[in-house]
Structure formats: C-alpha cells, structure tokens
Design a protein around this ligand. Sequence first.
Ligand SMILES: C[S@@+](CC[C@H](N)C(=O)[O-])C[C@H]1O[C@@H](n2cnc3c(N)ncnc32)[C@H](O)[C@@H]1O
Length: 219
Amino acid sequence: MTGSPDKPFSPACERNRGPILEVLRGYLGNARRVLEVGSGTGQHAVHFAASMPWLAWQASDRVENLPGIRAWLDGAALPNTPAPLALDVDRWPALAVEPFDAVFSANTLHIMAWPQVQAFFAGIGTVLAPAGLLVVYGPFNYAGAYSSESNRAFDAWLRSRDPASGIRDFEAVDALARGMGLRLQDDVAMPANNRCLVWRQRGIATTGSSPASSSKRAP
Ligand SMILES: C[S@@+](CC[C@H](N)C(=O)[O-])C[C@H]1O[C@@H](n2cnc3c(N)ncnc32)[C@H](O)[C@@H]1O
C-alpha cells in the first residue's frame, strides 16, 4: 500500500477493480445493500459504489484503516457510500436491523490467521439475508497445490512476515461456508491467478445436498 497517510493507495486495487466489477455486476443487479469486509484503502468501495449506483456499499475494516477509507469516500462524495464501519471479524458488531443482500471481501482470507477466517464465516451467517450472496476475491490453493509459481512465492512471502497468514485451501474455506449454510455458485478465474468465489445462502447446512454449480473451476 502506498499513497499519502491521508489517502492510502493500492496499485493492485487499480488493476483488479475492473475484472472484479464484471463479476459483481453479474450477481448484484438486484442487491440494495452490500457489506465489504476489510475494505483496506477504500478504493474498491469508491469504484464499486460509483459503478453500481442502485445499491448502497457499506465499507468496513479494522479501526486503524477507517481514516484512509473515509478519505476516499469523502473525496468521491457518492450518495451510496455510508460512513465506514469498524469491523474486526473477531468481534462482529450488531451491524444493522436489516441484513445485507451481499457481503464482499477481497484479499483478506490469506491475511487473516485461520481462527479469523473461521470468525469471518461465522459472522457472515449473522449479517447475510436469506438467499444473500458472499463474494470473496483472492488467491486459493486447490487439492493442496498452488495454482501457479507466483502464488507459491506469494505464499512464502506472506508466511515469512506472518506465519499465521498464507494462501488458503479452497476446500477448507468452502467447508466453512457450507457450515454456515452457503452453497458455492461460481468460482471464476481472475487475472494474476486469483479467483472470485461466489456463495449463496441456502439455509442451514445438511449432509447429502447436491453439488454447487461452478462454471470455471480450477482442476
Ligand atoms: C491485503 S488487505 C486487502 C484490502 C482490500 N480489500 C484490497 O483488496 O486491497 C487485507 C485487509 O484485511 C483486513 N483485515 C485483516 N484482519 C482483519 C480482521 N480480523 N477483521 C477485519 N479485517 C481484517 C486488513 O485490515 C486489510 O484491510
């Protein structure tokens, strides 16, 4: 992350926001309220809210990131970006009387330690409307293997700076999602060996349910 202390800047956000928006547009046409977890700089919030004016984009992050997010939101002055919320997945606050139609999170699960990844999914169940969507963008491993050499190197770098972090196994993350009653709708290949995972809330998990549809699954 670069930029001024007032307005942080992530070059990666500028690169990935277009491809992510394409996926979001396909799923959020009827959404009214979307919660973003781990908004980071706030660049995604501004871009997605400006591009999808029919919905309210609720940014959130740990409290130390809120000033930067506010700077981006204030600079854009969009009508559909409420003030960012303090949200640490270890302590999900009571966010709203009305549940969210969708939750979005980019590049967070490989930053969080595994107990926080578990807390992320536990919290989703408390804020997502019935039939609501969860969209998660980032790198994932499949069948215990890296999907590229660049992801292997990225994982090594992540673990060198925080041994609790690291690229997550798709299957382990999907198991958490299923435990919260979410069913995989899509797994979209994104540039730079990232994925967009899309789940839909289907009620409490049961065994023996039918497999999710998935258009572009990794091997
Ligand atoms: C690599 S940044 C990604 C930021 C932004 N979503 C993006 O794609 O540029 C990881 C984000 O996860 C957030 N994060 C890490 N641990 C968290 C937690 N326990 N609860 C909520 N957010 C967390 C960080 O504050 C940070 O904003």
